[in-house]
Design a protein around this ligand. Structure first.
Ligand code: G3H
Ligand code: PYR
Length: 239
């Protein structure tokens, strides 16, 4: 299995993903600041998909709890492809946290946050990234003890401009913008100092998953990894 990680990109990822002491549980280490978001219709797709992403330089994945195959997919990845850091998305209810942790998820995300979900996540030894769509929600999540938040749906909410605006009054918070992002906007998000990682489904399009077109997934992953590596370079080299 080849890898396209470079020391500078890996160092930038470590720095961006390192948790300040105020954070909940730190994320497990992964090399790229990219999080493909996937709704898998069949658990047996999980393994070839993970290998396709790894081949393209991406070693983290969000399996959403939107399909009946989700928990089995997480379990298979955790057991059979340990080099892929598997996270669980669309965690909506407190009980989901225990289910995904038992299945082997190494972190969890939600499109939003409720008081009961935040309290349950705080009591669960699993890194959790609650979703927020406003400064008030971000403040509530921060008050509850979470420092890395999913900004969802990022582009409809205001995208890069919104995250720049939040950086002033909410300087301690870091975000994983997700929703509406594609390769074209990726670099603009990754260079923001309050963006730790970027999520999205553009790297794993449903059509490619349905066809089992893993070569296409690897190609999209390579393109995104290249942008992430460039975003890790000093600004004077990038511009
Ligand atoms: O449901 C949305 C997913 O979180 C990812 O959003 P996206 O498909 O716009 O990349
Ligand atoms: C919105 C998203 O990616 C999630 O369902 O967690």
């Amino acid at each position: 299995m080849s890898s396209t990680h470079t020391p500078s990109a890996a160092a930038a990822a470590s720095e961006a993903l390192a948790a300040p002491e105020s954070w909940h549980y730190p994320l497990p280490h992964f090399h790229t600041r990219l999080l493909p978001v996937v709704a898998l219709s069949r658990a047996e797709y999980a393994i070839p998909l993970a290998h396709a992403l790894l081949e393209g330089g991406i070693d983290a994945i969000e399996i959403t709890l939107r399909t009946p195959a989700a928990l089995a997919s997480i379990e298979m990845l955790a057991r059979q492809v340990p080099e892929m850091v598997v996270g669980a998305g669309t965690v909506l209810r407190p009980a989901d946290l225990a289910s995904v942790r038992n299945a082997g998820a190494r972190f969890a995300l939600s499109p939003g946050c409720t008081p009961s979900l935040l309290a349950a996540a705080m009591a669960t030894p699993l890194p959790f990234i609650p979703g927020v769509a406003s400064a008030s929600e971000a403040m509530l999540a921060q008050e509850a003890g979470f420092g890395l938040l999913k900004c969802f749906p990022a582009v409809p909410l205001g995208g890069v401009g919104l995250l720049k605006a939040w950086a002033g009054p909410l300087p301690e918070l870091r975000f994983c913008p997700t929703g509406g992002i594609g390769l074209e906007q990726l670099g603009a998000f990754l260079v923001l100092p309050n963006v730790a990682l970027v999520g999205g489904s553009w790297i794993t399009p449903a059509a490619a998953l349905d066809l089992g077109d893993w070569a296409h997934v690897t190609k999209l992953a390579r393109q995104a990894s290249a942008v992430a590596r460039a975003a890790a370079l000093p600004a004077f080299i990038v511009s």
